[in-house]
Design a protein around this ligand. Sequence first.
Ligand SMILES: NC(=O)c1ccc[n+]([C@@H]2O[C@H](COP(=O)([O-])OP(=O)(O)OC[C@H]3O[C@@H](n4cnc5c(N)ncnc54)[C@H](OP(=O)(O)O)[C@@H]3O)[C@@H](O)[C@H]2O)c1
Length: 289
Amino acid sequence: MAKVAFIGLGVMGYPMAGHLKIKGGHDLTVYNRTAAKAAKWAEQFGGRAAATPAQAADGADFVFCCVGNDDDLRSVTTGKDGAFETLKAGAIFIDNTTASAEVARELDVAASARGAHFIDAPVSGGQAGAENGVLTVMCGGDPDVFERARPIIDAYARMVGLMGPAGSGQLTKMVNQICIAGLVQGLAEGIHFGKKAGLDIEKVIEVISKGAAGSWQMENRHKTMNAGKYDFGFAIDWMRKDLDIVLTEARSNGAKLPVTALVDQFYADVQEMGGNRWDTSSLLARLEK
Ligand SMILES: NC(=O)c1ccc[n+]([C@@H]2O[C@H](COP(=O)([O-])OP(=O)(O)OC[C@H]3O[C@@H](n4cnc5c(N)ncnc54)[C@H](OP(=O)(O)O)[C@@H]3O)[C@@H](O)[C@H]2O)c1
């Protein structure tokens, strides 16, 4: 049993912290900006709620974090009352936020200055993956530190990989989002075309999903896309945040991402339709408007 802290009990963090307590059997202290959520979590899972990130991290061997973006991450780590004020020497800070590779490298240096360690560990698998404890976790950091963190991360993961030094987990998550962006637009166009052609979409998907066009998005999203249901899943506001990180990184490493840049603009159109919190599969709604 390890002494573990978790900062950020949102859609993802709340169930992930729950798995660390229940499946991992660890001694948990949680922090959430909106304190009521931390109190609810502590009541549900039987851990402690702290008033600040610094208080949560005090004395912990492992400090997990899952907040929104780079600025949120800086605020709960190196900001006032942030976790790095109390992070002890030898402790490992594991960040599950989808953020830039730059902030990961920055926090790696800041943790080292305290004699502590940092692993960037963004996740894929969505709300269902977090609730079922079957996320894919892409890590960046030192191999020895990773080997110590891995058995703890296992509590909420099905696949955990070390991709390289600090920032490599975030770079891998960027590849993940690039692959999804173009694929979802292709799926939206396929379903749109099929409807216009008067085909039975359920039948079409049943057949083609077993062939070369099959994908997770096709399996898990075609029904809701066909029904025009988007009030769930991975919000477009989050996807645009991720694509902004991707396109910024591409400007610095010289990668050409024409389709990703175009799909980002399509998502801006969906936001204008009021779809900020709609699932990313709502690219079809843009074609149908
Ligand atoms: N949702 C998904 O399907 C999914 C999938 C993969 C990756 N991700 C990534 O995981 C991260 C979290 O996503 P989520 O869906 O869990 O988001 P969420 O439900 O909006 O939760 C965000 C959490 O961060 C906290 N937070 C935000 N800004 C903060 C700040 N400045 N100081 C302190 N706490 C702050 C929020 O606190 P409050 O409760 O006070 O607002 C909340 O606990 C994001 O980076 C997202 O891109 C999400």
